[in-house]
Design a protein around this ligand. Structure first.
Ligand code: C2E
Ligand code: CA
Ligand code: CA
Length: 576
């Protein structure tokens, strides 16, 4: 080899090493004896090796041991690492190795024709972390860090595989009570902070083996592992209810919320994810209906009930159009004059299949679906129109639902019914219940005042069944208090009921409000209502609610009843 050839080779060698050192990957070429032929700077840097430690001729085993000495290898057994790395291989392969220092290296090995091989090494830690973050975000809720619906489904599926082998699990579906009003009252940042705190409490209450998830807004769920009996789930539900109901201190506000829980058990008979979720939701729905802050186990009847509800919902939509609603009228008696002073309009639904459906079976559904608005408008118009045609100018009372105040404009509905019918506003009464006054999110007082300003009277219905705060009676000038049937039904013997009836009648008298005892069925109950100073009564004693075309008979019946009662009183007074 002459001098010229020599310098060309040297140059080539230099170019090669410059090129190799400027690669982004680490590179090392081994011969068939597993000795280094050539390597680059990146290779040494990746494993923290000196140039001397990888100089040509060094065995792979030596390099492995040098890496171990630097604490940079993979797995937790150094000898196994050496054995694995130096094992002979024939095919090229790629693999990802996680090093003891936390980095992830992508290694490519390719055999060379002479029996040696080439390896490239690339640090892909950042890429892995970014990918892990993206996949974490796809499976978790951004606000609370809990698994989201997708991940929860994955966990359920994993769990169900174990359930099919005999394990039992519980699915607890959670829904916060009153969360919406927190958001409305304090704003979304406080709402968000509250959800984070809720998530923390749920996480602290569940075990490592359980999965807690946030499914949407204020909906959470827990997959409880290793359940022996249903009471394990009940115990967890109860713990969650008490922990989540403790006060929260957020941005200087003391906030109280509650939670309702529905429970479904996964066992060998019940191991379909969709079915399980649905069952837990049905149980949750039932828990919410039972009064919030409770838990319910799924029962098959709930499914039947729900199907029935769906059906009613559909039928209810069509009922208005088909003219299936009808008003029944129940007389209200003035005790001073001993004669009817008005009627309460009570809604009936003539279902083509089920016959007459009582309001309690469909009003709650109408309220939830928003159908209560058009229904109430219909009731108002019909009742006012009917009243205009009565032979005596008696008053007519219409029940207004709380949902109407929340989602509609009751004053507007009342005004329109009065205008269209031409009924004297003084003959119209609207009845509202106490639950309406609990809602602080809408200006109830202003809405009621607007109705009152038209000359319409306002009654507090079913008084005594809700919170019965006396402040309700002073905060808003009601014209009438209707004493709930439950305080009348065990009269005259019921001492507690008697005391309540007496005090409400006294209160009404002092506040200048009419008092009506509801549900009077017997002579004795009528006598108590009179002696305790109620101004009016309503009940089966005089008449049940009857259709409009029976009004004349109803009035006649009331008059007869009054005459009969008075005759009887006269007789008993004579006897005394
Ligand atoms: P409510 O407003 O308390 O109506 C009185 C209920 O007591 C009526 O039941 C009536 O039939 C019943 N009742 C009257 N006297 C007696 C009695 O002596 N003994 C017994 N056991 N019951 C008596 P109804 O008609 O089934 O209505 C139930 C509830 O449905 C009503 O309670 C009211 O809250 C609601 N409702 C009825 N019609 C309407 C309506 O048009 N709109 C709204 N929002 N709710 C309505
Ligand atoms: Ca009523
Ligand atoms: Ca009532």
């Amino acid at each position: 080899m002459d001098h010229k050839e020599n310098t060309t080779l040297e140059l080539l060698f230099q170019y090669q090493s410059i090129a190799m050192d400027n690669m982004t990957q680490g590179l090392c070429l081994f011969d068939r004896e597993q000795r280094v032929v050539v390597s680059n700077r990146q290779y040494r840097d990746l494993y923290g090796l000196t140039e001397a430690q990888v100089q040509p001729g060094t065995t792979l085993e030596k390099i492995c041991r040098a890496r171990i000495a630097r604490g940079i290898y993979s797995g937790n057994d150094p000898e196994a690492y050496v054995a694995e790395r130096t094992a002979p291989f024939s095919d090229g392969h790629d693999r990802t190795q996680r090093l003891t220092d936390g980095r992830t290296i992508f290694i490519r090995r390719r055999p060379m024709p002479d029996g040696g091989w080439l390896t490239t090494h690339e640090d892909i830690t950042d890429r892995c972390e970014a990918e892990a973050k993206v996949s974490f975000m796809a499976l978790h809720d951004g606000l609370t860090g809990l698994p989201n619906r997708t991940q929860f489904h994955n966990r359920i599926e994993e769990m169900l595989a174990r359930v099919r082998r005999g394990e039992r699990a519980g699915l607890l579906s959670l829904d916060l009570d009153h969360f919406k009003s927190v958001n409305d009252t304090y704003g979304h940042p406080v709402g968000d902070a509250l959800l984070q705190e809720v998530a923390r409490r749920i996480r602290d209450t569940t075990r490592e083996t359980d999965t807690a998830a946030r499914l949407s807004g204020d909906e959470f769920a827990v997959l409880q592992a290793q359940v022996r009996t249903a009471s394990d789930c009940a115990a967890l539900a109860q713990r969650l209810i008490s922990i989540l109901s403790e006060p929260y201190s957020i941005s200087g506000h003391l906030i109280m919320i509650g939670v309702s829980v529905g429970i479904a058990i996964a066992d060998q008979e019940n191991s379909e994810a969709e079915c399980l979720m649905r069952s837990a939701d049905l149980a949750l729905y039932s828990a919410k209906n039972e009064g919030r802050g409770t838990y319910r186990h799924f029962a098959t009847e709930m499914d039947i009930e729900m199907q029935e509800r769906r059906r009613i919902e559909g039928d209810l939509r069509a009922a208005l159009v088909r003219g299936e609603f009808q008003l029944y009228y129940q007389p209200i008696m003035d005790l001073r004059k001993m004669s009817p002073c008005g009627f309460e309009a009570l809604l009936r639904w003539n279902h083509p299949q089920f016959g007459v459906v009582p309001p309690l079976n469909f009003i709650p559904i109408a309220e939830e679906t928003g159908l209560i608005l058009p229904i109430t408008e219909w009731v108002l118009h019909q009742a006012c129109n009917d009243a205009v045609s009565w032979s005596r100018p008696l008053s007519v009372a219409v029940n207004l639902s709380a949902a109407h105040f929340r989602h509609g404009n009751p004053a507007q509905s009342v005004r329109s019914a009065l205008e269209v019918s031409g009924l004297d506003p003084a003959r119209l009464e609207v009845e509202i219940t106490e639950t309406l006054l609990l809602d602080k999110t809408v200006p109830i007082s202003e809405m009621l005042q607007e109705i009152k300003n038209m000359g319409v009277r306002i009654s507090m219905d079913d008084f005594g069944t809700g919170y019965s705060s006396l402040s309700y009676l002073t905060d808003f000038p009601f014209d009438k208090i209707k004493i709930d049937r439950s305080f009348v039904k065990d009269l005259p013997a019921g001492k507690g009921s008697l005391a309540i009836l007496r005090s409400i009648a006294g209160l009404g008298f002092s506040l200048g409000m009419t008092t009506t005892a509801e549900g009077v069925e017997t002579d004795e109950q009528l006598a108590v209502a009179i002696s305790e100073g109620c101004s009016e009564v309503q009940g089966y004693y005089f008449s049940p609610p009857r259709p409009m075309d029976e009004m004349a008979e109803t009035l006649q019946r009331c008059d007869d009843k009054c005459a009969g009662y008075q005759r009887q009183r006269a007789v008993s007074l004579k006897v005394v």
